[in-house]
Ligand binder design. Structure first.
Ligand SMILES: Cc1cc2nc3c(=O)[nH]c(=O)nc-3n(C[C@H](O)[C@H](O)[C@H](O)COP(=O)(O)OP(=O)(O)OC[C@H]3O[C@@H](n4cnc5c(N)ncnc54)[C@H](O)[C@@H]3O)c2cc1C
Length: 352
């Protein structure tokens, strides 16, 4: 049985390793544009120079799994076409191409490897007294602004978004904003309309001077599913059945950020359980059993605030917020453990 995994992020790597463990006869090939496994949840650290955020993909895959550096252009009908024009056939595939960014011109995106590299070089070259603007008031923006502020106390950092930290409940939001203030991050609660000539233009009409402007919003998914004729939702995410198979082609499992799984947010906390479940479902099919429906389950919503502070708010299983949260050094240790666990989990492929 030939299985191809498209994309070697958290979901793809987890799915490949899990399947290799469960179905010894499977011939598994992982296709990824880079020879590295990018720890995407550490890309803000890459920008700030506090983590490498990548390791050789081969070190992340179990023995027997083949990896191929390429980009998939089209997938369907048991065949996929690669960027170099060659094709490969499969019995089953996992679509795990993650999500992407649509940065405003003159901004540097944090959410891709190439953007993070560009951001790292630009930040390293900034003299003391410069101003860094981070656009995006969600978890990625908060983590980026605080990581840069902690690593470069000699530059001024501001975080701009229409409602910074409003993904948290009132008390946790106040603690996140207090943590940002402690790191001397200026919070600007406003939307950005454009960035031109080093000026960040706000909806309110104000223009702010900025020496480096980082785009910290994850906003879309690669168009591979749509381009291949798989049914997608309005965001371009592949629509799946309750077993995580594309509703257009049941040989294709879609997992992680690129899959439209009802009730799931874009997070490692979503990607890895989906990957485990989809791999287990394929193993069940191979053994002649019925696949099992997937239900997303959550534990917490967390942000790091540099390396020494964090806020982690507990959630109900359905991802609605509980009141309780932890903050400070304990939360920072928990958050770091979660980041390490995400990479370890993808390699070890334990649990379901
Ligand atoms: C700075 C930052 C901090 C974050 N922090 C957290 C956090 O603390 N907790 C959390 O849960 N989530 C966090 N996230 C979100 C998290 O990174 C994503 O939800 C997660 O990476 C999704 O995993 P994935 O495997 O679906 O996609 P990805 O990890 O993005 O992997 C997708 C892979 O597919 C490859 N690919 C793309 N197109 C193709 C193609 N055509 N052919 C072949 N391969 C392709 C990509 O190159 C990539 O290797 C953060 C994100 C960012 C940017």
């Amino acid at each position: 049985m030939k299985v191809i995994v498209v994309g070697a992020g958290y979901a793809g790597t987890y799915a490949a390793n899990r399947l290799a463990k469960k179905v010894k006869a499977a011939e598994i090939t992982v296709i990824n544009p880079r020879p590295d496994f990018v720890e995407r949840i550490r890309l803000h650290q890459r920008v700030a120079g506090t983590a490498a955020a990548a390791k050789p993909l081969t070190s992340m895959l179990r023995d027997g799994i083949t990896s191929r550096v390429a980009t998939v252009d089209k997938i369907g009908d048991g065949v996929l076409t690669l960027g170099d024009g060659t094709s490969a056939d499969f019995d089953y595939a996992f679509l795990a191409v993650g999500s992407t960014v649509t940065p405003l011109p003159e901004t540097v995106p944090v959410g891709t490897w190439e953007g993070a590299e560009q951001g790292r070089a630009a930040l390293a070259a900034l003299p003391a007294g410069s101003t860094v603007t981070v656009i995006g008031g969600g978890p990625t923006g908060i983590e980026t602004a605080s990581e840069v502020a902690a690593a470069r106390p000699d530059v001024r950092v501001r975080l701009v978004g229409p409602s910074v930290a409003d993904c948290f409940s009132h008390e946790a939001l106040r603690r996140v904003r207090a943590g940002l203030a402690r790191l001397a991050v200026d919070i600007v609660d406003d939307g950005v309309t454009s960035v031109t000539g080093g000026g960040v233009h706000l909806r309110s009409g104000t223009a702010l001077a900025s020496d480096l402007t980082l785009w910290a919003i994850i906003s879309g998914v690669p168009d591979l599913a749509a381009r291949s004729g798989l049914e997608v939702n309005s965001e371009g995410r592949a629509i799946v059945d309750e077993y995580l198979r594309s509703v257009t082609d049941d040989r294709i499992f879609a997992v992680g950020d690129c899959a439209a799984v009802p009730g799931a947010r874009m997070a490692c906390q979503s990607a890895e359980p989906q990957a485990a479940h989809a791999a287990d479902n394929l193993a069940r099919l191979v053994e002649g059993h019925k696949p099992r429906p997937f239900t997303p389950r959550y534990l917490a919503l967390g942000v790091s605030l540099g390396r020494k502070d964090a806020v982690a708010q507990f959630t109900h299983l359905d991802d609605t917020l509980r009141r309780a949260y932890i903050a400070g050094r304990t939360a920072a240790v928990v958050k770091e453990g979660a980041c390490r666990g995400a990479t370890f989990g993808a390699r070890a492929a334990i649990g379901a």
